[in-house]
Design a protein around this ligand. Structure first.
Ligand SMILES: Nc1ncnc2c1ncn2[C@@H]1O[C@H](COP(=O)(O)OP(=O)(O)OP(=O)(O)O)[C@@H](O)[C@H]1O
Ligand SMILES: [Mg+2]
Length: 162
């Protein structure tokens, strides 16, 4: 089992969270599952919008409320799942989550706690939290998915000017 590495960041604006997501999308090797957790409006979709910018054929990113899963890029390169309204595990099975998680596309999963037991071991956990106003904490734990030095790359994305 690989050891987990953890880092915590602070975003001061939606734009910064998007840039953070874009940097994460660039770092994440094909097939990486990014498990997003955090309260309502903590910025999960905002972060995924940034991730989607990394891939060709990008479109506006909104939560896949009715379909549970949206696709971005060719292939596709990114699946965006939002499990907030998941009725139960059988709905995930219908979705073919194993193929999604085992495939070559990056999977960004909002409300990942709804699929806790189904998440692969090798993944990135991201927890967002409100810090007041537009500030959000973004805690990331990499479980063997990201390249060494990922913490510095993500920190740099937050420091870049809008
Ligand atoms: N630093 C920030 N990062 C991200 N979003 C921010 C930030 N500051 C303010 N916001 C606002 O917070 C909201 C975040 O919405 P978003 O849809 O990304 O949240 P979410 O976590 O996906 O919520 P939900 O659980 O409903 O899916 C947006 O309205 C955004 O403009
Ligand atoms: Mg959302």
């Amino acid at each position: 089992m690989s050891t987990a590495t953890r880092a915590e960041f602070v975003s001061h604006s939606p734009g910064a969270t998007e840039r953070f997501g874009e940097a994460l999308g660039r770092l994440a090797p094909p097939g990486t599952v990014v498990a997003l957790r955090g309260d309502l409006a903590s910025g999960k979709t905002c972060l995924v919008r940034g991730m989607a910018r990394c891939f060709a054929g990008q479109q506006d990113t909104h939560s896949p409320t009715f379909t549970l899963v949206n696709e971005y890029g060719v292939g596709p390169d990114l699946y965006h799942l939002d499990l907030y309204r998941l009725a139960g595990p059988e709905e995930l099975a219908d979705l073919g989550y194993e193929e999604l998680f085992d495939g070559d596309a990056v999977c960004a999963v909002e409300w990942a706690e709804r699929a806790e037991a189904l998440l692969p071991e090798r993944r990135v956990d991201v927890r967002l939290a409100h810090l007041g106003g537009d500030r959000r904490s973004i805690a990331c734990t990499d479980h063997g998915a990201l390249p060494a030095g990922w913490e510095a790359s993500l920190a740099a994305a937050l420091q870049a000017t809008p």
